[in-house]
Design a protein around this ligand. Structure first.
Ligand SMILES: [Zn+2]
Length: 464
């Protein structure tokens, strides 16, 4: 073969490996086509599903990646990306489409890192949570810079900011932290559906139905990785540098945010868009406090740890910048997904190897518990270290273990709980010889439930 021909073939191969991705803004129909195109290219590792509809009836489509799409495999964690919650902040939407094509292509070409990621992880990608807002913003198109900050399409079609639309659970957690009370899975208000927008309702039902462990919510207008809480203890308006309001998992959240910022092309440098954030990360509340945001809700109502990624100064970057942005974010988007494989995970079973869903997994020194999912598996993200971990299920003896977490793979910690020996009945058997003791135990439990429900309702009315 002539040298010239072999150079040509090399160039052709190189071109083939980078060419298929096109960098353009995708309107709704184009976005839907692209999701199905990826699915058709990689049918065995993807699934397209809708979590609901926007105000204007557009589907909120999710593209799922897994070696068994549509199925939760025990001990395989669920992770998600949400883009374009603010309709005019469009980079996340495009990056998530690029990521989808990338995962599909790389898995087809047997990139071992991607193959392994998809074998061990179920990834859910919602490129646009606000397709109605996006269409408005996109229609304004490239003339938008003339409008300065008055960008259209941030809100949904009811003019509601979706990142101020989730039930406020911070008020309860701050009350509970001070006065005692649940530190996880705070309940929704009874009438929550009437208080939120269709897009928010769809997302809440989605994150209640899948036991997500890790998530990021992609925004624009700054370049920084923002971690909870977003709402400060003393809630103030934007413009005030308000007070750092850490979660009990503060160090872990800082690490997750740094993983993104340091794997990103320039986020970690800190100076971006005329603002400075050390390491390219910030506690949400210490930047500016916001109430009813999505990331705080994830942490307080589910097992999911979510951060918010601000990815571009220009909320609607011109098409020519999309490739540079993708190259600046690609490694960070992959590395962040890989972070779900840290800490501890395991099964919670009874003595007969039946799975125990809803088991509470507590880590000594961290006032935020997680629970096992419907399949009895749990995931607890933790930094390297030694921890005392307890699994608790009503009716069973709690089990406590000491476990060391390393920097790499998660440590497998299974629990097999023994049913509690029923307390000797304290009341005399009834003359009919029935179940006096058992009834007594049940009624005690029922009274406790009733007391908890009263407490919950009281808290939902507002803190004391
Ligand atoms: Zn935003």
């Amino acid at each position: 073969m002539s040298d010239l021909l072999s150079v040509f073939l090399c160039l052709l191969l190189l071109f083939k490996s980078v060419a298929p991705v096109t960098f353009r803004h995708h309107r709704y129909d184009d976005l839907v086509r692209t999701l199905y195109k990826v699915h058709n290219e990689c049918p065995h590792i993807t699934r397209v599903y809708s979590i609901g509809r926007s105000v204007k009836g557009r589907h909120l489509y999710v593209l799922e990646f897994s070696d068994h799409p549509g199925i939760h495999e025990p001990l395989e964690p669920e992770v998600k990306y949400v883009g374009n919650m603010h309709g005019d902040e469009v980079l996340g939407r495009e990056l998530l489409l690029q990521l989808s094509e990338f995962l599909c292509e790389q898995s087809r070409s047997l990139n071992q890192r991607v193959v392994r990621l998809l074998q061990d992880t179920r990834i859910h990608i919602l490129p646009s949570m606000n397709p109605d807002g996006y269409e408005l913003a996109a229609a304004q198109g490239s003339n938008r810079s003339e409008f300065g900050d008055r960008l259209v399409g941030r809100n949904n079609a009811h003019e509601v900011d979706l990142n101020r639309n989730f039930p406020d659970l911070n008020t309860y957690i701050y009350y509970n932290e001070k006065n005692g009370g649940p530190n996880h899975h705070l309940p929704l208000p009874d009438n929550w559906k009437s208080q939120v927008e269709p897009e928010t309702q769809a997302v809440i039902q989605w994150i209640r139905s899948i036991n997500f462990v890790l998530s990021a919510n992609l925004h624009g207008g700054a370049v920084v990785a923002n971690y909870p809480y977003d709402k400060s203890l003393e809630h103030r308006f934007r413009g005030f540098r308000s007070t750092n309001t850490p979660t009990p998992d503060d160090k872990l959240f800082q690490k997750l945010a740094k993983i993104y910022s340091y794997a990103h092309g320039w986020m970690h440098r800190g100076w971006n868009c005329g603002d400075y954030f050390p390491d390219g990360i910030t506690n949400g509340a210490s930047w500016y406090s916001l109430s009813k945001g999505m990331q705080d809700f994830n942490y307080l109502h589910t097992n999911c740890f979510e951060i918010t990624l601000e990815l571009s100064c220009n909320k609607f970057p011109p098409q020519e910048e999309l490739q540079r942005e993708w190259l600046g974010n690609r490694e960070a988007l992959i590395q962040f997904l890989e972070q779900v494989h840290h800490g501890i995970k395991g099964m919670v079973l009874d003595e007969n190897y039946n799975v125990l869903a809803g088991a509470v997994i507590s880590v000594e020194g961290i006032n935020h518990d997680v629970t096992s999912g419907d399949h009895g598996d749990y995931f607890r993200l933790l930094l390297p270290g030694t921890y005392t971990v307890t699994a608790t299920v009503p009716g069973f003896d709690p089990e406590t273990v000491t476990v060391t977490v390393g920097p790499a793979e998660p440590t497998l910690v299974n629990f097999q709980l023994q049913r509690s020996i029923p307390q000797a009945p304290t009341v005399r058997r009834t003359p009919s010889g029935g179940q006096g003791g058992r009834a007594k135990v049940q009624s005690r439990a029922a009274r406790k439930d009733a007391a908890e429900m009263r407490e919950t309702r009281r808290l939902q009315r507002g803190p004391a």
